[in-house]
Write a protein that binds this ligand. Structure first.
Ligand code: PMP
Length: 336
C-alpha cells in the first residue's frame, strides 16, 4: 500500500485540489492558507496575516502529518512489521491520527488514555476501531504514559511505539510538507512563522525548512503562560518534560499566551472570521497578531492545528456561551 504513492511533493508547487484519490491518506497535507482579515484590522497596512487550516486533514488535525511519517518510516526501516500493534499514550490528535492511519494500513492500534478524556475523543478513536486502555484520571497524561511503558516492557516484541516526543520523523513530516507548502502558498513572501508547541514538531520542522530558504524568516514559538492552563495540545516548556525533538535555540522568540486571551480569540475567530477552531489555534492567532502589530511590513503566518468541534464538551464551550451573552448584552446597551 505505502509504496504505491508518493505522499508529499518535496519540490515545486503542491498538486492542485485532489479530485480523485486512491486512499484517504492521500488527503493528508496540502491544507488551505486563509487570510485573516477581520481580526487584523488594527495592524499596519503593509502587514498581512494568514492561518494554515490543519483541521482540513482527514483526521481533523495537523497530527496526521507526523503520524503518517512516523508509521511510514517505521515500515521502511523494519521496526513496524505486519505482526505488530501500534501502541502509544496519547488521547489527543496524535491518537486519532494513529487510529485512522492504522485502520487504513491494517494495523491494530492500542492507545493508553486517561479515563477522563472528552467523550468526543473516545468516540472518534473507537470509530476507527482502535482499542483504548484507560489509566486513572487522577494521574493525568503521566499515568497514561506509565501504563504504556509497562505494557511495552512486558512484551516489547508485540508493539511499535511511534514516540512522537522523541521521534525525529515527527518534525521531518513538517520539514517535508508544511514548510514547502507555506513557502509556495505565500509565494516566498513569508517573514514570520508563529506556531504553538506541544511536541515542538510543527515549529522545528517547518522552521528548519523556512530558515534554509531564507534565514531572515523569524520562527516564533507559542506556549501557555502558566503550568496550569487550558490550552489542550500545548506544553508549558519550563514546567514540562522537554521533548527530545525540541531545540529551543532554533527559535527566534517565544510568546506566552494566557488561557483567557486564547479562548477569547477562539470566540472572535468564530464570530468574525467564520472559523471554528480549537484553543491552541486561539493562542497561535493571538501571538501572530501581536507579532503583526510590531512590524511595518511583512507576511505573518500561523497555523491552526485543528477545528473546534472536538471541544464542544469542554470548558472552551462553557466560555463560548458567556462570550455570546456578553456580545448580546453589549449590543442591547449599544456598546458593541
Ligand atoms: N495544538 C493541538 C490541538 C495539538 O494537538 C498539538 C499537538 N500536540 C499542537 C497544538 C502542537 O503541535 P506540535 O506537537 O507539532 O508541537
Amino acid at each position: 500500500m505505502l509504496d504505491t504513492f508518493t505522499l508529499f511533493p518535496t519540490e515545486g508547487p503542491p498538486p492542485v485540489g485532489p479530485l480523485r484519490v486512491p486512499s484517504v491518506l492521500h488527503l493528508i497535507g496540502n491544507t488551505p492558507l486563509l487570510e485573516i482579515t477581520q481580526l487584523s484590522t488594527d495592524i499596519p497596512p503593509g502587514v498581512r496575516v494568514y492561518a494554515k487550516l490543519e483541521g482540513f486533514n482527514p483526521g481533523g488535525s495537523v497530527k496526521d502529518r507526523p503520524a503518517l511519517c512516523m508509521l511510514q518510516k517505521g515500515i521502511e526501516n523494519g521496526a513496524l512489521t505486519p505482526d505488530k500493534i501500534i501502541l502509544d499514550s496519547t488521547s489527543g490528535n496524535t491518537g486519532i491520527a494513529l487510529a485512522l492511519i492504522g485502520a487504513v494500513l491494517g494495523y491494530p492500534v492500542e492507545l493508553c488514555i486517561p479515563a477522563n478524556v472528552s467523550i468526543e475523543r473516545k468516540k472518534i478513536i473507537s470509530a476507527y476501531g482502535a482499542k483504548m486502555i484507560f489509566s486513572s484520571p487522577m494521574d493525568g497524561s503521566d499515568g497514561a504514559l506509565e501504563l504504556c511503558r509497562e505494557r511495552l516492557q512486558e512484551q516489547p516484541e508485540r508493539y511499535f511505539k511511534p514516540d512522537q516526543y522523541f521521534n525525529p520523523h515527527n518534525s521531518l513530516a513538517h520539514y517535508q510538507t508544511t514548510g514547502p507548502e507555506l513557502w509556495w502558498q505565500t509565494k516566498e513572501q513569508i517573514t514570520h512563522f508563529v506556531a504553538g508547541m506541544g511536541t515542538g514538531g510543527t515549529l522545528m520542522g517547518t522552521g528548519r525548512y523556512l530558515k534554509e530558504k531564507n534565514s531572515d524568516i523569524q520562527i516564533v514559538g507559542v506556549e501557555p503562560d502558566d503550568a496550569f492552563h487550558g490550552l489542550e495540545g500545548l506544553k508549558h516548556m519550563d514546567s514540562s518534560i522537554v521533548p527530545g525533538i525540541y531545540h529551543e535555540e532554533q527559535l527566534d522568540r517565544k510568546i506566552s499566551v494566557s488561557t483567557e486571551d486564547a479562548y477569547e480569540t477562539v470566540y472572535r475567530l468564530g464570530r468574525e472570521e467564520g472559523v471554528l477552531v480549537g484553543q491552541s489555534s486561539g493562542a497561535a492567532m493571538w501571538a501572530a497578531l501581536q507579532v503583526a502589530r510590531e512590524i511595518d511590513r511583512g507576511t505573518v503566518v500561523t497555523l491552526f492545528p485543528d477545528f473546534g468541534d472536538k471541544y464542544l464538551s469542554t470548558n472552551l464551550w462553557i466560555g463560548w456561551k458567556e462570550y455570546n451573552q456578553r456580545q448580546a448584552n453589549a449590543r442591547v446597551e449599544g456598546t458593541a
